[in-house]
Design a protein around this ligand. Structure first.
Ligand code: GTP
Ligand code: MG
Length: 195
């Protein structure tokens, strides 16, 4: 898709605040600092439109980015690493569960995991949960520029195995730095939003 128009239309915590335009939506899910904003910026071809930061846990709302007059990208915040109280966690879980299970326009979720490590318990929990709800998912391993080229295939296997991905479940090895994998992510998104 040639993206020529992007707008952050809403930062929502409550369903009443979701956009009402009716365009299909793709959610971007993954823990804080995994690279959600960076992936979004690559896909829309802007340098720092969705703000990236070294400060985990900045995004605490569902951010709806309108892409052309075609769809929304929805940045779904993940946990930060620390400093999140139990009640904050519960509020967060409620917010994303409501969005992911009740949003009719949601066509699929891009689930980001850090490509450099084995999947964390958090990643595996998210996988089980998305599976349970039957939401179409594209797994994206981020920051693969930090893995030596000679080790990427092996690391891809480790990730697939750790997440227990079936052969027909796609995993894209992605880097916001080199943009490797960006076309594959767009291909998947375009498949999902075709009506
Ligand atoms: P929150 O908004 O806090 O949930 O984080 P996020 O998931 O949006 O992560 P963000 O895109 O802000 O990236 C976090 C940090 O990782 C930033 O310093 C990015 O520059 C860096 N980063 C993201 N993607 C890549 C990548 O592919 N390669 C490298 N080398 N660094 C990356
Ligand atoms: Mg972000």
């Amino acid at each position: 898709m040639d993206v020529n128009d992007v707008e952050l239309v809403m930062s929502a915590v409550d369903p009443k605040q979701y956009p009402t335009t009716g365009y299909p939506e793709i959610g971007f899910l993954g823990r804080s600092n995994v690279g959600k904003s960076s992936l979004t910026n690559v896909l829309i071809n802007r340098k720092d439109y969705a703000h990236t930061s070294g400060q985990p846990g900045k995004t605490q709302t569902l951010n709806f980015y309108r892409v052309n007059d075609a769809l929304y990208f929805v940045d779904v915040p993940g946990y930060g690493y620390a400093k999140v109280s139990k009640s904050e966690r519960e509020k967060w879980a409620q917010m994303i569960e409501t969005y992911l299970t009740q949003r009719e326009q949601l066509r699929g979720v891009v689930n980001l995991i850090d490509g450099r490590h084995a999947p964390s318990d958090y990643d595996i929990q998210m996988r089980d949960w998305l599976d349970y709800y039957g939401i179409p998912v594209l797994y994206v391993a981020t920051k693969v520029d930090k893995i030596p080229k000679s080790k990427r295939k092996k690391q891809e296997q480790i990730l697939r195995k750790g997440l227990e991905l079936e052969d027909d479940e796609p995993l894209v090895m992605f880097s916001a730095k080199t943009k490797v994998g960006a076309d594959q992510v767009w291909d998947w998104i375009e498949q999902q939003i075709k009506s």
